[in-house]
Write a protein that binds this ligand. Structure first.
Ligand code: ZN
Length: 312
């Protein structure tokens, strides 16, 4: 086993893992095909983290009445970013079932050689309850998702990443159990390198690939970063010889910020930054002996406690 992080990349190698979260009906319908078309034309591959059940994201609307959330919504111009329909879906009318209505679109990534991973069955329910689910509930939710996944793709998921950088001992236990034997890695934390997770005195087996870079909605409007300077700012954070993983949203970079993201991809090419799916990162790091501790803490620009990896 290797423990030295430096041996995974060449010193000047510029690699960027691309994680694309697809949370909603609208993101699947509009953002996902637009991003696939772009990645195809640029000959790039990424990993699509799909939500395959009910879209109840409109339930987030109640949080608007919390002052801190309202400030964020205004800072990010949330209505422009997400669209009126996403913000109210599942709140004013019942949420549509993405995995039933948009089957063809969910199958689009694999059709074009992109990687897919399980993000959620019901994004809203999972994001809100991941830390509250008992072991039985976690298994029940996963089994439900697994059955749906099988119906859609004919095989079990080979990777997973929970919504909203949420994780718990129960989810880690599930990932190491026989039910998840086909899952090669998880990606649902913030950190700096791939590792196994140590939590509550236990070390779990499944490889974790953390997101290392901030997301658009965490950065924009802070530190003077605007839509005009965002791409340069993001590029300045990509480090040679190190793990770089960016999470984008089908709802944001695939729709409202599509042009900006297209420019980002083209700029990456010019700078020699190779964009890869997370499975390529898994191949490099699968035997790492690195173990990191899981903490829950706030990070700048995002509400609530997130799963963050630290050395101690
Ligand atoms: Zn998500």
């Amino acid at each position: 086993m290797t423990t030295n992080e430096d041996t995974f990349f060449e010193k000047d190698e510029l690699i960027l893992g691309l994680k694309i979260d697809v949370d909603t009906y609208r993101g699947t319908k509009k953002g996902l095909p637009a991003l696939i078309k772009l990645l195809n034309s640029e000959k790039i591959k990424g990993t699509f983290f799909l939500s395959i059940g009910k879209d109840n994201m409109g339930r987030n609307i109640w949080r608007i009445f919390k002052p801190k959330f309202l400030v964020k919504m205004l800072r990010n111009k949330a209505f422009k970013l997400y669209g009126f329909d996403i913000l109210f879906r599942g709140f004013l009318w019942p949420g549509p079932d993405i995995g039933k209505i948009l089957k063809k679109l969910l199958r689009l990534p694999t059709k074009f050689g992109q990687e897919i991973a399980l993000h959620s069955y019901d994004h809203y329910k999972w994001q809100m309850n991941i830390n509250k689910f008992s072991q039985e509930q976690v298994e029940k939710e996963f089994r439900k998702a697994n059955i749906r996944w099988f119906k859609l793709f004919g095989s079990p998921p080979s990777a997973m990443g929970n919504p909203g950088w949420q994780l718990s001992e129960e989810w880690l236990r599930l990932s190491d159990s026989i039910i998840c034997k086909d899952v090669k890695y998880r990606s649902d934390t913030r950190g700096t390198t791939c590792c196994r997770i140590k939590y509550n005195g236990l070390t779990f087996n499944k490889l974790q690939i953390p997101t290392t870079l901030p997301t658009y909605d965490e950065v924009i409007g802070r530190k003077g970063v605007t839509d005009e300077t965002y791409n340069e700012y993001l590029l300045s954070l990509i480090e040679p010889g190190k793990l770089n993983v960016l999470t984008i949203q089908a709802e944001i970079e695939g729709i409202a910020c599509f042009k900006m993201f297209r420019e980002f991809v083209q700029k990456c090419k010019h700078k020699g930054i190779k964009i890869v799916p997370l499975s390529e990162i898994y191949e490099k790091f699968q035997n790492t002996g690195k173990v990191m501790n899981l903490h829950f803490q706030e990070i700048p620009g995002r509400e609530g406690q997130l799963a963050v990896l630290k050395n101690s």
